[in-house]
Design a protein around this ligand. Structure first.
Ligand code: DC
Length: 222
């Protein structure tokens, strides 16, 4: 029996292929794609715009409380995506800027922020079946889902991928912040299917992911 709605949780390290594969899976299944990293990035951007010191936990928590947001489900290039709007605006380009990337892990470590994000991300279920990517979806946001994946690759491989995309980022530092924070750190959820794609092509990774999802779905029907 299909449990309604289904959430496919895709967690993993930075540059492990989460976005590409989560989008592919959402397209193939006709599910709604949710990029939770973009939500944390949007708060980091908002703090920068409002001159909030991202290293001041209380100030970030206050900014999060004052933040005027709305969830929308938009169709982007044929893919249904959830977007978090700030005053009706989605800062698509701004959240990918280096200044935002450098501030996001600090913002994401604030307990009040994580509480707010968990509630908001769970609210996305209003849009239907989801493929949600992040760092704590299987462990914290939707721990009840049966569809949990954890993508990873070696640091050297992930750094090479980011460099090939023209992005120069200290992934080791980001990994460390993400996995060592006190609240909802990056870790493998109990029962998650781990896909280490260091020596796999993007096509091989998505084929394996889809095969696993279909197997899980078939097992649910039995
Ligand atoms: O996936 P990304 O690079 O856009 O994520 C941006 C940051 O947000 C990253 O430092 C980890 C954090 N994040 C998180 O803590 N929890 C999530 N569910 C998603 C992202």
């Amino acid at each position: 029996m299909k449990k309604h709605p289904i959430v496919i949780a895709i967690d993993g390290t930075s540059a492990s292929g989460k976005s590409t594969n989560a989008k592919l899976a959402a397209r193939a299944l006709g599910y709604v794609y949710v990029d939770t990293g973009a939500m944390y990035r949007t708060l980091a951007w908002y703090c920068l715009v409002k001159h909030v010191d991202v290293n001041d936990e209380k100030a970030v928590a206050n900014a999060c409380r004052r933040w005027k947001t709305k969830l929308e489900c938009a169709e982007v290039n044929g893919l249904r995506c959830v977007r978090l709007l700030t005053d009706d605006y989605f800062p698509e380009k701004e959240i990918r800027m280096p200044q935002t990337a450098a501030a996001v892990a600090q913002v994401a470590a604030v307990p009040k922020v994580r509480e707010w994000m968990k509630k908001t991300q769970r609210d996305c279920i209003q849009f239907g079946d989801l493929v949600m990517e992040g760092r704590d979806i299987g462990t914290n946001v939707f721990p009840e889902t049966d569809y949990k994946f954890y993508l990873d690759a070696t640091l050297a491989e992930r750094t090479a991928r980011r460099t090939a995309d023209g992005v120069n980022e200290n992934l080791a530092a980001r990994d460390q912040r993400d996995s060592q924070r006190a609240v909802a750190p990056l870790m493998i959820a109990l029962g998650a299917k781990v896909i280490n794609n260091s020596s796999m092509t993007s096509e091989q990774t998505s084929a394996l992911l889809m095969e696993e999802i279909r197997k899980m779905m078939a097992a649910e029907k039995r």
